[in-house]
Ligand binder design. Sequence first.
Ligand code: DNO
Length: 348
Amino acid sequence: MKLSFRWYGEDDPVTLEYIRQIPGMRSVVSAIYDVKPGEVWSEESLAKMKKTVEDAGLVFDIVESVPVHEDIKLGRNADELIENYCENIRRCAKYGVKCITYNFMPVFDWTRTQLDKKAPDGSTSLVMYWEQMKGLDPLKDDIHLPGWDSSYTQEEVRELITAYGKIGEEGLWKNLEAFLKKIIPTAQECGVRMAIHPDDPPYPIFGIPRIITTEENIDRMLAIVDSPANSLCLCTGSLGCALTNDIVRMTEKYAARDRIAFMHMRNVLVLEDGSFEECGHLSSGGSIDMYEITKALVKHGFDGYVRPDHGRMIWGETGKPGYGLYDRALGAAYINGLFEACEKALKD
Ligand code: DNO
């Protein structure tokens, strides 16, 4: 496996120098952040990113994310936007990128109700409590859930939600299919693996369709273009918010078929009413068995990218929720330990 760490560019309070000091760290996961979804990334920006990362002694070969414009997901005049997306794949490949992560979630990326829930040990983390979601209706109320893209006006959000309501799940599938059939051949030609991130959490929120949610739906998605270039970013924490998802089995199945390009490894504690709290990476802290997941990866010779996903805020650190240095670095150390133990056990 190739250990990696997400970095939000020059404005990230976590420096590349610190990232490099994490044992076993190899790749930096980043993106060009000053370009709107749907537009093409400049070669200068990519060249600069590559040089900055390499000068810090790390590798820039994985991108998260090239965002998918809403009009692609809605199938509205999408041709030029998809062509731009393909051009971004080509440009990334030219600068050494081997894997690109993206998602197909309508309107919003991840959904949480609070970003700084204090645990008994004093650490804080991201949570989603149904209690706090109750009664919210984005078509009626002005909703600003933490972490949501604030570049949309409430009017725009309403228009988008209504449009997604009209196309429904099958409409979204149709648009995903058209998108994949165009981008995957391009990715294949350039030697890039596209890694779709599951919906987080993996069920509809506010009645907006979400489709990358279950094993059955992931099977359907992977079958649209049956190629390792059409792969998964298997996010244990996102899929794991639904206890009906058997993450160990899914890891085993998709690793065996070489359809996992990227692993996001983190743990969540799912509560009785289906709410969830992000917790430390350790298996014993949450609902996910990180050891069994690693074992399944190692068993199938997984050589893709892995990154410790969201960490808690600990030791007084402040910064981007989920993306501080300390707890993610602890996560990386834990992941290193799991892999070493599983690899050695396999050789015995
Ligand atoms: C959350 C991340 C997601 C992910 C995108 C991929 O912290 O895991 O935002 O980067 O969904 O497109």
